[in-house]
Design a binder for this molecule. Structure first.
Ligand code: GLN
Length: 488
């Protein structure tokens, strides 16, 4: 048995049956990280010693018959999520050396579930980006082709799972940062409903949009991780106090009678022909499995990009005001207090600065109503589009991204092209929906293509089951990246 090839669910079973040990699984991951991550750059910090201690403790607990949900399973955590005693940078120089004195809620949940934490994964600075090229530290590479990006901003988590350097990983998705890298790396990446998972201890980017999400090689793996981190937390006032269903039990694979909406606005000029073909065949497959396909319209889709790029920077400018060199991270001392703050804030990278400037402008007196206020009104229209659609259908099917993984350096200097990457993922964040990306094919360069399934608020069980049904009927998720050698 090559332990590193097991899915999370397979490893969990093998651990419970005593066929392998958590120490063996953790060592296998750490060995692979040492061998491969120089080329891939998916991790920013390895917590190898802590991981081996956690693995040893898990093995003792397993031997005593304990069965917490992720007991002994090695996972990775995006470096925007606080970890007690372990550096957390949000991919920014402004938090270099910052060591949180507490665990985020989701990390507490991982530990309580018995998971082993391998390390912290790379991210675009403050999760602003779609390629990890905005990380102040390293650019992560796509395991399918090292000349290409893994997507972003949770590109480190996606690359680590796709390359077999973790069994699953946490990310965050403010405008697509779990679904788009899942699409580029051939994974199942879930963006749950806003409020489903507590953000306590997750470094804030845009507070009305941010949400934690999960990556796995299969839908079942993604679900197993999601099950553990979902739930109410009194420390996060936006966390929803609603029951958490048994998501794993909801994966029946039966989608007979499921109404699947196909939004005309998501099949537009500019989308790769190979992406469109793969997504359309995936929709046909859902029909074959018993779903009813319904043409729908989300008429305000075209406004999602400008609305998001007002709201997200506006909220970011407010959230990032706290990095003044006094409370967190490094301080550069200047001639006086103002000069010190200025010099310290010069540590922000150019994309973060761009957003702070855009956001500050959009919120400034005289412009607030004109920009932020108006964007909020259009956001309501986008939300209503989804609510109307969900009166007709249970799930919406669409591409996750208009293209497959692009080359490193290809669009990094062209912010608009980078922003256009998010055109199919942003609308969900602006509404109250949830979504998942799963592999639905490969293009001519052998790069994965993602199918996005969107559900109404709190309907994660529905989209997870639809994704699972599709996955059971196809083989795409079984392909693993071979060497990550440049193909073109
Ligand atoms: N790519 C989008 C942005 O740059 C979304 C990022 C995210 O979801 N964190 O804002």
């Amino acid at each position: 048995m090559d332990i590193s090839k097991l899915t999370l669910v397979e490893l969990r079973t093998a651990l419970r049956q005593g066929e392998t040990s958590s120490v063996a699984a953790t060592e296998a991951m750490l060995d692979r990280i040492v061998a491969q991550d120089n080329g891939l750059q998916s991790y920013l910090t390895l917590t190898d010693e802590m991981a081996l201690e956690q693995a040893q403790a898990a093995d003792e607990r397993l031997a005593n018959g304990e069965r917490t949900p992720l007991l002994g399973v090695p996972v990775a955590v995006k470096d925007i999520i606080c970890t007690n005693g372990v550096p957390t940078t949000a991919g920014s120089k402004i938090l270099e050396g910052f060591v949180p004195p507490y665990d985020a809620f989701v990390v507490q949940r991982l530990k309580a579930a018995g998971a082993v934490i391998l390390g912290k994964t790379n991210t675009d600075e403050f999760a602003m980006g779609s390629s990890t090229e905005n990380s102040a530290y390293v650019t992560t590479r796509n395991p399918w082709d090292h000349e290409r990006v893994p997507g972003g901003s949770s590109g480190g988590s996606a690359a680590a799972v796709a390359a077999g350097l973790a069994y699953a990983a946490l990310g965050t998705d403010t405008g697509g940062s779990v679904r788009q890298p899942a699409s580029f790396c051939g994974l199942a990446g879930l963006r749950p409903t806003y409020g489903r998972i507590s953000r306590w201890g997750v470094i804030a980017f845009a507070s009305t949009l941010d949400q934690v999400g999960t990556f796995g090689r299969t839908v079942a793996d993604t679900t197993a991780l999601f099950q553990v981190v979902a739930g109410h937390d009194a420390n996060d006032s936006t966390s929803l106090n609603v029951p958490v269903p048994d998501f794993e039990a909801a994966l029946t694979g039966d989608i007979k009678g499921l109404r699947v909406g196909v939004p005309q606005e998501y099949f537009i000029e500019g989308i790769d022909a190979e992406v469109e073909t793969a997504v359309r065949s995936a929709i046909a497959k859902l029909e074959e499995l018993g779903a009813e396909i319904v043409e729908i319209s989300l008429p305000h889709t075209g406004y999602a990009l400008p609305v998001y790029y007002l709201i997200a920077p506006a909220e970011a400018s407010a959230n990032l005001a706290r990095y003044d060199g006094i409370r967190f991270g490094p301080r550069i001392t200047g001639s006086d207090m103002i000069d010190s703050v200025k010099k310290t804030r010069a540590l922000f990278g150019s994309e973060v600065k761009r957003r702070i400037m855009l956001g500050t402008y959009a919120l400034s007196a005289g412009y607030y109503d004109e920009y932020y206020g108006r964007a909020l009104k259009v956001r309501t229209l986008i939300k209503q589009d989804f609510l109307k659609a969900f009166e007709q259908v249970d799930v919406i099917a669409a591409p996750t991204s208009p293209t497959t993984a692009f080359k490193i350096g290809e669009i990094v200097d062209d912010p608009l092209s980078m922003y256009l990457q998010d055109i199919f993922t942003l609308p969900l964040n602006l509404s109250a929906s949830c979504g998942i990306s799963i592999p639905c094919g490969f293009d001519g360069r052998s790069l994965p293509i993602g199918l996005q399934l969107i559900g109404n608020a709190l309907q994660e069980a529905t989209i997870l089951n639809a994704a699972h049904a599709y996955e059971q009927a196809t083989e795409w998720h079984k392909r693993l990246p071979q060497k990550g050698k440049p193909i073109s």
